[in-house]
Design a protein around this ligand. Structure first.
Ligand code: NAD
Ligand code: GLY
Length: 366
């Protein structure tokens, strides 16, 4: 059954023959005619999890009528973004008899999307997949750009592939059931895009913070669309992160250290990114790259969106610095960070002085 839905916002990720649309709007999971056109063959595997599937799998299933399809559900949580579960997803494709024109449908947040995309990249050396993100973070970040992968015990996202989806279906109706903390974590990724490269969007976020906190539909769609448009541009220019795309990691080196120090139980990824962006801003200010007024503006916006801005108590500066030394961006044993030149301008800086980093961490924990 196909339902009439309002026309969504559409952002194109321009990658030549691999270009794809990101649709953002209401009722899109049930807009079967729209996304079904992206399925070429007769087989589909929906990958979701035990939290999201009971809420939204039915809407997707109705659109798969007439196909050979099945579902594979992960247990909920980051620890299930594992190699073992990729093996199980591939088994599910084998059970289905999936041919090269099969499609994987990722219904869920970034954990589901990353694992489903990687499974699609592996099956028969790469089949189609569609992203149906159901968290704000996955709508504005992980579903767009083709980074897929899983974690190893040795670290997060250590195994993966660049594999672009055929389409991204961001149905904002699904955000109605998203827990408040997860919603705010997604807002951090929205702020990040504006802070890195879109000063007008940053100012717009300052004006619309209250509406976004209230999850008002029109501003929410606008915020998602602006962040996706920004990211789509970066991905189109630097798909495999040879340069500019690394800027999307503003706040991540600090943030990952905070997440790891809290054993992934204290902070959500977006919360780590929020605090991490502020620490990166403070470091940039200390290094003479930006002004105190820029840091203050970022601080105010994060606070207005209900995001944490302080390092959780009990963390140790030296221990955080040691974790930052493990970051994948580092080169030749020196810290390489994304730093800030104020609202809308970020930059990759190598050979960052560790004493300055330590001073920022010490000040944050004082
Ligand atoms: P997540 O997938 O764990 O989802 C967060 C929580 O919300 C989970 O408990 C999930 O079950 C639940 N949930 C999802 N949708 C819901 C809904 N509509 N209603 C109620 N509950 C819902 O976390 P996330 O923040 O979406 O994604 C984090 C993951 O994304 C991490 O693994 C991270 O590494 C990855 N990531 C990838 C990229 C990329 O470019 N590929 C970018 C950023 C983050
Ligand atoms: N989330 C960073 C990227 O997609 O490159």
């Amino acid at each position: 059954m196909t339902t009439t839905v309002p026309t969504p916002r559409t952002i194109d990720v321009a990658l030549g023959q691999r270009s794809y649309p990101v649709w953002i709007g209401h009722g899109l999971l049930a807009d079967h005619a729209r996304w079904r056109a992206a399925l070429k063959g007769r087989h589909a595997l929906v990958i979701s999890n035990t939290t999201v599937a009971p809420l939204y799998l039915d809407r997707v299933a109705q659109g798969l009528e007439g196909l050979h399809w099945s579902s594979f559900l992960l247990d909920d949580g980051e620890s299930h973004k594992s190699f073992a579960n990729v093996g199980r997803a591939l088994e599910a494709l084998a059970q289905l008899g999936a041919t090269r024109d099969a499609c994987v449908v990722a219904l869920g947040g970034g954990v589901v999307g990353d694992l489903a995309g990687f499974s699609a990249a592996c099956w028969m050396r790469g089949i189609d997949f569609i992203q149906m993100p159901t968290t704000l973070l996955s709508m504005v970040d992980s579903s767009v750009g083709g980074k897929t992968g899983v974690n190893l015990p040795a670290g997060k996202n250590l195994v993966g592939a660049f594999h672009q989806p055929r389409a991204v279906v961001a149905d904002i109706d699904t955000l109605a059931s998203l827990p408040e903390r997860e919603y705010r974590a997604g807002l951090a990724e929205v702020v990040k895009g504006a802070a890195i490269g879109d000063p007008a969007f940053f100012a717009w976020l300052e004006e619309h913070a209250a509406a976004l906190n209230a999850r008002e539909s029109a501003p929410l769609i606008e915020a998602i669309a602006r962040k996706v448009r920004y990211k789509a541009g970066v991905v189109a220019r630097d798909e495999t992160e040879q340069g500019e795309r690394a800027l999307l990691n503003l706040g991540h080196t600090f943030g990952h250290a905070l997440e790891t120090a809290g054993k992934y139980k204290v902070l959500l990824h977006g919360e780590g990114v929020a605090i991490g962006m502020l620490l990166a801003a403070q470091l940039s200010e200390r290094m003479g790259m930006s002004e105190p007024a820029d840091t203050a503006r970022l601080h105010r916006l994060l606070e207005a969106l209900g995001l944490p801005t302080t390092v959780p108590p009990g963390m140790q500066p030296e221990a955080l610095l040691a974790l930052m030394r493990l970051d994948k961006k580092n080169l030749a044993g020196t810290l390489r960070l994304i730093l800030w030149r104020g609202v809308g301008r970020a930059e990759i800086v190598g050979g960052v002085d560790e004493t300055a980093v330590l001073a920022v961490l010490e000040a944050a924990l004082r």
